[in-house]
Write a protein that binds this ligand. Structure first.
Ligand code: ATP
Length: 440
């Protein structure tokens, strides 16, 4: 467990130094709550999303994907309750970021008690709409105001009818989506944890409106999502569920829980939510759009509005968690112990000396060949020690060095990120060696 209080500072600095994450618009002094992913960070994020998509869509036959527009008809946000719910004057607890209606004095006092022994400070009250406004149209004064989506969920619900009509899905089935969401967060912070622009990966899983069946699905989703993070390298003891107490849940939610990660320097915090939303969203869209959003069972002819089990995960929070979990200091080395599936580069290839054409030629050949199957890095700068150190810091599982001996015996030195051990491997067997070790 990383108990280092300076861990976040180390991660922020490594992220910048090695091209994971840069402050957004840094050149112009930045823009609060926005972040740009560099080459290593982009690969990490892409790997997270690809793994998620593979498990959720590719390997299942009951889930299909959509990619809905970020800009939606403003009525969507009226139907979803976001316009109404986000326009009260709110204050935000500076400790846990819970937002509360300023006029709910009893609730505020109750909340302060939950931070036993700590002095609770609140932000200034703001009549606050979490939705980010945008303007569409070319003529000044006649533009219409819209919102950038505050969650990706609604883009799925508004396409429920389209997906049912255009594919062969049958209840129970899910619709998956990955994409950007925007929130005018009052206090963005804790690096990327609370950003104003972020990515989500979600499945809305539609089930029969049946208490027992839907709760079984809800429990199955909880288990499945927890196992997914563990499979990708998060220690089980670093994760837990935190159920929303009945009084704190949205009024329509039949059950709701969050998965929390313990490795954030400020303690346990949310990385994703699993929510049993009943028929709230589809019913509201049916009401506001005037369109029939019911489903007819093809066998029994039964007609109903399905219930929805939502799983909603943040991509950026997952990336931050994987960065924190991977950070390792051992024997004077710093390395990122990413699961191979998430590592930005699976291997790096070096010619021992950059000014020996015969070494460079052979190394390039190996590099180009490996690139057909994996993301592979190339480095011929400085000495081997420095190259190892820089690959360690981006979490590359294997470094492959072509030396003079390679010209004689067709073998290369392969060095393992986690053990720093080296072994000689036949060039012709390199791909199989990597596939076997990386398990990909
Ligand atoms: P929080 O209570 O931390 O504000 P939330 O409960 O509002 O989060 P949801 O609306 O359930 O979050 O969104 C699902 C997921 O989207 C969260 O678990 C998180 O991973 C991610 N997410 C939400 N807001 C942000 C944000 N401002 N920055 C980064 N990720 C976010």
């Amino acid at each position: 467990m990383n108990q280092d209080i300076n861990l976040m500072d180390k991660i922020v600095s490594l992220a910048k130094r090695r091209g994971f994450i840069y402050p957004g618009s840094e050149l112009y002094g930045g823009l609060a709550g926005t972040w740009d992913y560099g080459p290593a960070g982009t690969e990490l994020k892409r790997n997270i999303k690809n793994e998620w998509w593979k498990d959720m869509v590719q390997l299942r036959d009951d889930i299909v994907g959509v990619d809905a527009a970020i800009m939606m008809n403003p009525r969507v946000w009226e139907a979803s309750g976001h316009v109404e719910a986000f326009t009260d004057p709110l204050v935000e607890c500076k400790i846990c970021h819970q937002r509360m209606r300023q006029d709910k004095e009893d609730e505020i006092a109750e909340h302060e008690k939950s931070h036993k022994g700590q002095k609770v400070e609140w932000t200034e009250p703001k009549k606050f709409n979490l939705l980010v406004k945008a303007y569409l149209g070319v003529v000044e004064g006649t533009q219409s105001q819209i919102y950038l989506r505050g969650e990706i969920t609604q883009g799925v619900h508004v396409n429920f009818r389209n997906v049912v009509d255009s594919t062969r899905v049958k209840i129970p089935f899910g619709i998956a989506q990955v994409g950007k969401a925007f929130r005018n967060e009052i206090t963005p912070g804790n690096f990327t944890f609370r950003s104003r622009e972020f990515e989500q990966m979600e499945v809305q899983y539609y089930v029969k409106p049946d208490e027992k069946e839907s709760m079984e699905e809800y429990e199955a989703w909880k288990k499945e999502r927890m196992e997914w993070y563990i499979k990708l390298g998060i220690k089980p003891e670093h994760l837990k569920f935190e159920d929303h107490a009945p009084g704190k849940r949205a009024h329509y939610a039949k059950a709701a829980t969050d998965i929390l990660y313990s490795g954030f320097p400020w303690g346990w915090d949310e990385i994703m939510g699993i929510h049993h939303r009943g028929d709230w969203d589809l019913r509201r869209h049916q009401e506001y759009s005037g369109q029939d959003l019911s489903y007819t069972d093809p066998v029994t002819g039964e007609k109903y509005i399905p219930w929805d089990i939502e799983t909603s995960a943040g991509v950026d929070r997952a990336a931050l968690m994987f960065l924190l979990e991977a950070y390792t200091e051992e024997d004077g080395r710093v390395f990122m112990k990413f699961h191979p599936k998430l590592a930005p580069y699976k291997a790096a290839v070096f010619p021992l000396l950059a000014n020996k054409p015969e070494l460079v030629d052979l190394a390039r050949k190996i590099y180009i060949d490996l690139k057909k199957d994996f993301m592979v890095a190339w480095d011929d700068r400085g000495n081997i020690g420095k190259r190892y150190a820089s690959q360690d810091e981006i979490g590359t599982p294997f470094c492959i060095t072509v030396d003079f001996q390679s010209l004689e015996d067709d073998m290369v030195t392969v060095r393992d990120r986690d053990t720093a051990k080296q072994e000689r491997v036949k060039i012709s067997g390199l791909k199989d060696f990597l596939k076997d070790k990386l398990d990909i």
